[in-house]
Design a protein around this ligand. Structure first.
Ligand SMILES: [Zn+2]
Length: 518
């Protein structure tokens, strides 16, 4: 007689997402681990008097989603401040900012706008934001976080902290409501970073933000994240939560390269940590983004022949960072979006010691690049939700033209070549089912994955990228009891995966989100 299970999930449609995918009806869990995957009647044998029995009523149970690229603190800011990602147009964004004003807060903040989805198709200007407030600082931060719009009070307050070169000046034909020679309110890169510094939350607020973000993750079926952290209280707050047994999410911290000295002094290295909190990679940049036309491309932008991107971290500096990080025992994660940046990141990482280095985004990768990924065993840490920009007339089309639009984010090619694929959301938005929907229904064949392949990239793929495949990413005996339960089957409605509701999210065998209506 074996010891009874703590909890059994029965009468469902369980997909293990192993290779090949195995289907079963039920799972038994003990001590936060999977005890057995089998038919309901077999699992019932493992239930004792104290066992919790959860009837899945035919729902679909999968391994919990591993979101391999997130910004939890910023995600919390979306929840706590104005969520501009949900704004349908510029006016709606301004209304949301107005509604987010609180007497106990100085700044009026909104996060995540994407002007390319608005009929106006332009950034908010200083004049727009002055309508929200003329006496308090107002800032709207773009979805890529490389640019933002400020009102007059905010511009005045940050004057001196923002380099002139990254502050847009009205040239007479743009932003008609700004006097020529005056700032339009739009700021980029280093100027946007000065804004980040000015609105940085303290420790107590950081905890509020992270808790809001964790709740949001659970409500979308996410049980593990790779969080990109930089100059924030987040690592310390996570540790406090973990030590107190109050961290109901698996968090792998990818530290910005600014922290290399500190990481070295403390003797930290990748994979150090416990059941819930781990040290991950050292993260650095190469280029910017397509939205801001700062991603490094070999052929200039279709809608600005003068622009071919900028280095945020140039190739020489990148090589130095990668040397130092790998010498200290770190996995490295390099942000690279344009084809020039992807090529540079590949060359640098392929020559570095250590394994499973990662390139974040890799939106414009050539066939040669994809082969190079495979040969060097570099993980493509990519965001299928970005395919929402890949349609005709979408952001990729306007910035890059048709050939590069259809040549972007070719996940099927990556898989064919044998490249380890890890899906993440970059919180744009955090919603794995939305991402899976995008790639299953992508505009061109080379971007399209099957439902099973896409779900694997959002589970086992992220686990592999985090050196975690021995404990998460599939449902097998001995692995962590981290699951998501869906109201309906993505295999049965591949054209409407984004409409599927999350019924339950389970971490360590415990229900952390219950969205069941009945
Ligand atoms: Zn990111």
């Amino acid at each position: 007689m074996t010891t009874a299970a703590d909890v059994v999930f029965v009468d469902g449609e369980v997909h293990t997402l192993t290779e090949p995918d195995r289907e079963a009806e039920a799972v038994a869990v003990r001590d936060g681990r999977v005890l057995r995957v089998a038919d309901t009647y077999e699992i019932e044998f493992l239930a004792g008097v104290d066992t919790t029995r959860i009837d899945l009523d035919g729902r679909v149970l999968l391994p919990g989603f591993v979101d391999a690229h997130v910004h939890m603190q910023q995600l919390g800011q979306y929840q706590v401040h104005a969520d501009l990602g949900a704004a349908t147009d510029l006016e709606d964004a301004l209304d949301r900012l107005q509604a987010a004003a609180r007497d106990d807060r100085d700044w009026i903040l909104g996060f995540g706008f994407d002007e390319s989805t608005w009929p106006e198709d332009r950034f908010p200007t200083r004049a727009d934001l002055d309508r929200v407030s003329e006496d308090r600082p107002v800032a709207a931060i773009r979805v890529d976080m490389h640019s933002a719009s400020l009102n007059t009070v905010a511009l005045d307050r940050l004057e001196g902290a923002m380099p002139d070169s990254d502050v847009e000046i009205a040239d007479g034909d743009s932003a008609a409501d700004t006097e020529t020679g005056q700032p339009t309110g739009v700021v980029y890169e280093a100027a946007a970073e000065a804004l980040w510094a000015a609105i940085e939350p303290d420790r107590a607020e950081t905890r509020t933000l992270l808790e809001a973000a964790i709740d949001y993750a659970h409500s979308h079926g996410v049980t593990a994240v790779h969080d990109m952290v930089r100059e924030s209280h987040a690592p310390r707050v996570y540790r406090e939560m973990d030590v107190a047994g109050q961290l109901p999410l698996r968090v792998r911290l990818n530290y910005w390269s600014d922290h290399l000295d500190a990481l070295g002094e403390l003797g930290l290295r990748s994979d150090a940590g416990g059941e819930f909190l781990q040290v991950g990679a050292v993260k650095t940049y190469t280029d910017g983004s397509f939205g801001s036309r700062t991603a490094k491309v070999s052929t200039p932008y279709a809608d600005d022949p003068e622009a071919d991107g900028t280095w945020v971290v140039d190739p020489e500096e990148l090589a130095t960072i990668v040397d130092r990080a790998t010498e200290q025992g770190f996995q490295v994660a390099v942000h690279a979006i344009g084809d020039v940046a992807v090529g540079t990141a590949l060359e640098t990482l392929a020559a570095a010691p250590g394994d499973r280095h990662r390139i974040e985004h890799a939106e414009l990768a050539t066939d040669e690049h994809i082969e190079h990924f495979a040969d060097a065993g570099i993980v493509a840490s990519v965001q299928p939700n970005f395919l929402k920009w890949a349609g005709e007339g979408g952001l990729y089309d306007r910035r890059l033209g048709d050939e590069r639009r259809t040549g972007s984010n070719r996940y099927a090619r990556f898989l064919e070549a044998g490249v380890p694929l890890a899906f993440g959301s970059d919180c744009m938005p955090m919603d794995p089912l939305f991402g899976v929907h995008q790639t299953v229904n992508a505009p061109v064949e080379a971007q399209r994955l099957s439902v099973t392949e896409a779900l694997r990239a959002y589970t086992a793929g992220g686990a592999y990228a985090g050196h975690d495949e021995h404990r998460m990413g599939t449902i097998e005996s001995g692995k962590l009891a981290d699951f998501v339960v869906l109201e309906s089957s993505p295999w049965e409605q591949p054209g409407a995966i984004d409409e599927i509701e999350v019924a339950l999210t389970v971490v360590d065998g415990k229900i952390v989100y219950d969205g069941r209506t009945e």
